[in-house]
Design a protein around this ligand. Sequence first.
Ligand code: ASP
Ligand code: MG
Length: 403
Amino acid sequence: MKTLVLKFGGTSVGNIDRIKKVCKIIANYKKKKTKVLVISSAMSGVTNDLINKSKLVSNNFEKAEYDTLLSTGEQASCALIAGRLNHIGFKSRSWMSWQIPIISEGPHSGARINRVIVKNLNDYLKSGGIPIITGFQGVNNKFRLTTIGRSGSDATAIMLARYIKADECIIYTDVDGVYTTDPRQYKNAKKIKKISYDEMLEMASLGSKVMQPTSVQDAKLNNIDIQVKSSFINKSGTLITGSSKTFSNQIITGISSTKNDAKITIVGVKDRPGIAASIFKPLSKNLINVDMVVQNISLNGKETDLTFTIKSEDLKKTEKIIKQNKKLSYKKLSFDKDVSKVSIIGVGMISTPGITYRMFQALASKKINILVISTSEIKISVLISAKQVKKAVAVLHKEFKLD
Ligand code: ASP
Ligand code: MG
C-alpha cells in the first residue's frame, strides 16, 4: 500500500471553510486505499499574532516559552482537521511533536529535526487511522517544545516522509506550483512540470518563495519526491525530484529576481593577502549576509577595488562597520541602493555552451547595463538597476523560450 505525506500551509487551513475543504482532499486520498499522514501549519496569521502577543508581555520573551506559545497555532489547526475528519466518518487523531516524538536539536526557535520515532504512527496507520501532525515543532532532550524556524512545517513534512518511508510528499499551498518566473511580475510565466532539487534550491533562495530552502535540501539528501500543489484548485502541480528524472532538453528552467539588494564598492584598497578577510570578518560577526563579491585585478599591483552586495536593510550598518574598521584603508566608498539580481537557472547549462553569451546579448539588446556577474554550475546571475528588472526578466524569458 502506498504511503503519502500531505502538508497543508497556513492559507490552506486559513479558516473553517478551508479546513473542511482540505478534509475533503484528505478523504479522497484515503478512499484510494492509501496510507495518509497529514502535517499542518497554523491557520494563516496565527503564528504572527502569537509573536505579537509575546512582545506585549515582554520585549525579551523567554525563548522556551516563546516556542511553547508558537506551537499552539499548529495544535489548534491539527485538532480542527482531525475533528472534521471524525465528523465525516474517518478515523483520525492529532499528534503533537512530543507525543510522536519528533526529536529536535539546537536552540529554541532555531531547532532542527533530528529524528522521528515512527513506531506509534505506523501502528496507527496500520489500523486505518489518519494521523494529523503538528508542523514546525519538536521536542528536545530536556523534554521542552522547540520550533524549527518560520515556515518550518515544510521541513517537518520532509522529515516525516523520510522516517515513515513515504512514496511521496505533497505540499499543498496557495499557489499551484513553481513557475518559470514570478507570475505576478511577468504574465507569460509558465508552470514548471518537473524541476530538480538543485534548481529548486536556486529558485527558492533567489526569491521564489514556494518552499523553504532547507527542506528542499533535506528532500534532496533523502531522495524524496515532492509535489507542490494548490489546495484551492484541483490542478496538477510541480514535481521536485532528482536531476536524472527531469527533462533533459530544457536548458533554462527558470528565472528569478531579488528585491532590496544594495551594492557597495570600496575603491583603492591595498592588494595584499588578508584584506578581503579583514573587510568581511566584522560583517559576518554582525550577521550581515554578503552575496555577490567581485574584486578587480589591480593595475599597479598595489591597490584594487572590491564590490559586493548585501540586503539594503543592512546598508547603514555595513557602512558604519566599514568606516570604523581600523585595519582598512581605502580611497573611496560608494553605495548603490537600487540594484537587483536577476538569475537564470537550469541544470541544462552544464552541457550547453553559449548560455552566458546569449544572456548578455539579450540584456544588451534592451540596453541593460550589467554591474556585477556571478555564476555557479547551474546558475548565472547579474546585478542590474532595479528599474530594469521587469524588462530583463521579459527578454530573458523569451530568449530561453520559456514563454
Ligand atoms: N506556522 C509557522 C509559521 O508561520 C510554520 C509554518 O507555517 O510552516 O512560520
Ligand atoms: Mg507557511
